[in-house]
Design a protein around this ligand. Sequence first.
Ligand code: ADP
Ligand code: MG
Length: 612
Amino acid sequence: MDTKPKITARVVAVQDDLVTIESITTENGSHPLTKNEVIYILPSRLADDGRQEYLKAEVLRISGNRADAQVYESTSGVGVGDSVVQTDELLSVELGPGLLGTVYDGLQNPLNELSNQYGTFLPRGVDLSALDHSRKWLFNPSVKAGDIVRAGDELGWVAESRFNHLIMAPFDLLGPWKISWIQKGSFTVEENVLEIVPVSDEVNSVQAPRLIGLKQRWPIRIPIGKSLIQRSQAERGYPTHPLVTTIRLIDTFFPIAKGGTACIPGPFGAGKTVLQGLISRYSDVDIVIVVACGERAGEVVETIREFPNLQDPKTGGTLMERTIIICNTSSMPVAAREASIYTGITLGEYYQSMGLDVLLIADSTSRWAQAMRETSGRLEEIPGEEAFPAYLDSSIKSVYERAGILTTMNTEKSRSGSLTMIGTVSPAGGNFEEPVTQSTLSTVKTFLGLSSDRAYRRFYPAIDPLISWSRYVPQLKDWYVNNMGEDWLPRINKLKQILTKGEDVRSMMQVAGEEGITVDDFILHQRAEFIDRIFLQQDAFDSVDVSVPLERQNALLNLIDEICVYDLKCSDKTEIREWFTELTNIVKNLNYSKMNDVGYKNYISKIKEMMK
Ligand code: ADP
Ligand code: MG
């Protein structure tokens, strides 16, 4: 903030974190108000330490020379007549090297830096720069003076973690630009490394030269991909590969496409947070972005503590080196929580535009929707179902629409990156009929429904195979047939049938008892239980079973096939049960053994023996 800020409006009303401002009119007219513009409120009452506070806010609604703005801080002490500074900029994030490994709040304030400078209790009105301004990065140019570039083109790269972090031409460039000079060397994100001048044509005839550094800013509510597509610099791809999570129930039964969307609804305690942790740790992606819209503060703190200590199964380093955490707890202002999801997505799109595979996990989107509801309530908008705003559904859709595959064009080196989005939903009482779950279900293409019944029985992951679905199966089929065998789909459908029928028999037995059902039905039920225990369930606390490559999932499926066609030649239910119990124990131990080591082979021969 410069020393003499230009005051262009004043506060005329305050209601919680919503303020109404009015433009100041002078003989030169008044400064225009723009929707989603960032403004700062300067309370006339100074902070206890004598500081002039700058409270960040975003304009939500304009009517005439007045506007309603949501303030991203507590508004206590803000009063009518307080000064307002406009930035003429939409709510934006900084994009550049140094994002990885950082924990941010919803407005991209780095939390470690905040607590280093201000301790545990954050003062109000502190705006920190998102990227480290003193760190130097070795910039390696990929273009030279005289070259022509357009929006999103690679200009050079710096090494960040184990990635080549591409420095790209600003995503909002219009038309062709020529590099007038470029320098190699070590620079901070504050320094300029090259200059571009417009190649004069209709679009650029009036534009001035632009200096470019290692970072750029981007408004969080506008998709980067959309901007590149509009400029014919990129196109959307069609997801054809799965996001391999190494979780059997997901990969084999309900796959998520790379560049696709999924939701994990479940009641409190059903295992949403644990599951999203497993997915972010083991999925085959480059970058993970976690948007923690905390249920409780403690939970978010757990995520932040856990990640830096988790080993990255891909690199042996820590998981945090390729992770960014956006963290909001329920104790932070609601408005910041609403923004946090867009902040996370924009960071994800940035790495996607470099050609990397990015996974964004939002836990939980219910808290985000509630923030939207609170703001809408204060704006006195006409409420929809359960007091959520009428635009809840379109907001949810516009969030998940930002997932996808983006392929850049027009350069020799085309890049293709993916952004996969998974959101958890925590409906009160586990009632999936409520609006947030329903809207999300009509948007995403994979539904992993957690059941409290399965969680109660400690069947983890508690994804209910009878209610979950994946609409990606048709588009991923070719990939699966190539990698899992010709009969992948019929085989999975057969297993689902056994599970469904097994469940029917289970309900029947609850009424009629074991004596009330036929031997064939009993065997069917035992088979279903067996598949559940050794395939669907997966032990997150066992170092081998926690993460199972597809090849091994396939080997286990082959074994299940053999067992399911094996004729037991026995009609005594007790004997049948004992046979399945023994088999279950052996296969469980098999699952705990490293593939193809001595123990593994022993268990395989024991199983073969049981089927002689
Ligand atoms: P939610 O986020 O849905 O409220 P959590 O993910 O916090 O639920 O899970 C609640 C508890 O359930 C965990 O603390 C853990 O004890 C248990 N749990 C959840 N998932 C698993 C799992 N895959 N393996 C073992 N225990 C689990
Ligand atoms: Mg949780």
